[in-house]
Design a binder for this molecule. Structure first.
Ligand code: SF4
Length: 488
């Protein structure tokens, strides 16, 4: 599998990785079909709203400090800008730094739709550079620019002669992909092709792809045991730091879906090893991940010493709380990175996974291999369980919850968690990416699950006062009937 760094638009996950958004079956079936490549997408008879990959692409990039995002799009596509601005300010303040990144929209209108707007795009980019002096400029594309064939790449080439900072197009037209994670790849592609420079030396740094670096101090502390420092990407990173990513000892990620493109890209182009193990959630995830890092940086003895020390502190406590979790039944609805990781953690805690819904499914990652979390679960799960792929189709989730009546529903998105709660299910939003990180995170998570299950008054009260739009007719339909037959 090879990444093409010469093109400006990264191919979609559907085209590159054979990813799908519609499936209903079970763990063994989806693993086998993914391995042999026979997994096909199943369209829906009906679809609720989903997300646009531009949100992931521009959202990721906008965390970089002191840059400009210019979204060449109608104003509605730039509705994310205020939220991004607030997030950036808060996360910078938490670190005691400043982030002067600006998020601008070109506000394309009917006239632009007919006549094109490359002229005004150029003016806006020049004016943005003059006013804000950003360290890099990323120009996002939209459904509209894609439909009218706006040649943003040629504008970028012209502007490169006039602006002395990295400038590139980020191809994230919403209609290109049903999979919002395609936007993660577009942001990584933009960084790899416009910011990262060839290495001049090696430094004791590990690139750490994550979302919001909430475990920054803890991870910095852990890595200090091995003589390395983490460089968290992209929130609060600088253009200067990004330009040196090729000099790091390795790349790791908190989520396989999020980190796959950058990790494999740096490995392929600059030989920076990508530690592509299962992720550091739960005990087996954390230990496998640490050992993977230890191997790559030649610190295996130090890693084993750390594991032994920490095991003695946390494992007895985790074993104790497992007694209360044993046998509890769970349904999950998350992106595929976390769906299979959290399923594994729940099994480690002696809980039973009855259904795992994944927001999309990658048959493979850019290494050409089955995603590590899926592979691990396929080989180690003590039993088979139901799996579906649904891009946050909440009507399907509520049908599943109604049929299986689990003790708890886990999601990573509040928008789906709240529907489960309205139905009366106890639900936990695993929103913070580090909520199950390492031994301590696993122990804290286990306690949080217990708290959620024991205190049910909120769900009961809310469900008693909310009338959901779903009838028995809806609930009694088998979930797999929502999907059409596989495409030929
Ligand atoms: S790019 Fe397309 S899908 Fe994305 S927000 Fe704009 S119109 Fe919607």
């Amino acid at each position: 599998m090879s990444i093409n760094f010469k093109i400006s638009a990264v191919p979609t996950r559907e085209n590159r990785l054979g990813s799908v958004t519609g499936y209903s079956g079970d763990l063994h079936d989806i693993v086998n079909k993914s391995k042999c490549g026979s997994l096909k997408n199943r369209d829906r008879c009906f679809s609720q709203s989903s997300s646009c990959n531009a949100g992931c692409a521009l959202g990721q990039l906008s965390g970089i400090r002191d840059i400009a995002i210019i979204n060449h799009a109608p104003s509605g596509c730039t509705a994310m800008a205020p939220n991004t601005d607030v997030t950036n300010r808060q996360l910078a303040a938490k670190r005691g730094i400043t982030n002067a990144t600006v998020f601008v929209g070109t506000d394309m209108d009917e006239k632009d739709t007919v006549f094109g707007a490359t002229g005004s795009l150029k003016e806006i980019v020049l004016e943005t550079y003059k006013r804000y002096n950003p360290k890099a400029i990323f120009i996002g594309t939209s459904c509209l620019t894609g439909i009218i064939g706006e040649n943003v790449d040629s504008v970028v080439e012209e502007l490169k002669k006039e602006i002395p900072v990295p400038i590139t197009a980020v191809h994230c037209e919403g209609f290109r992909s049903r999979i919002w994670a395609t936007g993660f790849d577009a942001s990584d592609h933009a960084v790899l092709t416009s910011i990262v420079k060839p290495p001049e030396k090696k430094v004791d740094v590990i690139n750490f792809k994550n979302f919001y670096e909430s475990a920054r101090e803890e991870i910095t502390d852990i890595f200090s045991n091995f003589g390395v420092k983490p460089l968290f990407l992209y929130q609060n990173s600088t253009v200067e730091e990004l330009s040196h990513l090729s000099e790091s000892l390795a790349t790791v990620s908190i989520c396989g879906v999020l980190g796959s493109y950058l990790g494999n890209g740096l490995q392929e182009k600059y030989g920076v090893p990508f530690v592509n193990t299962i992720n550091p959630l739960g005990v087996s995830g954390f230990e496998t991940w640490l050992r993977g890092i230890g191997k790559v940086i030649n610190k295996e003895a130090e890693v084993e010493a750390y594991i032994e020390r920490e095991r003695a502190i946390y494992l007895p406590k985790i074993e104790e709380v497992k007694k209360e979790l044993k046998g509890l039944r769970a349904v999950l609805g998350m992106g595929p990175g976390y769906t299979y990781e959290v399923s594994r953690v729940l099994q480690e805690l002696d809980m039973e996974v009855v259904w795992a819904a994944s927001w999309h499914h990658d048959k493979k990652h850019d290494s050409g291999e089955l995603p590590a979390a899926l592979k691990y679960l396929g080989e180690h799960s003590p039993y088979n369980f139901k799996v579906s792929v649904a891009d946050q189709q909440n009507y399907e989730i509520l049908n599943i919850l109604n049929e299986y009546k689990p003790d708890i529903y886990f999601s990573r998105h509040p928008g789906t968690t709240v529907w489960a709660i309205k139905q009366g299910a106890s639900a936990l939003c695993v929103n913070d990416e580090y909520m199950i990180f390492g031994y301590k995170g696993t122990l804290d998570f286990a306690y949080t699950v217990l708290d959620t299950i024991k205190n049910r008054s909120f769900e009961k009260n809310l469900a008693a006062r909310v009338k959901l739009p779903y009838t028995d007719w809806w609930y009694n339909q088998n979930n797999s009937t929502f999907l059409k037959k596989e495409a030929k």
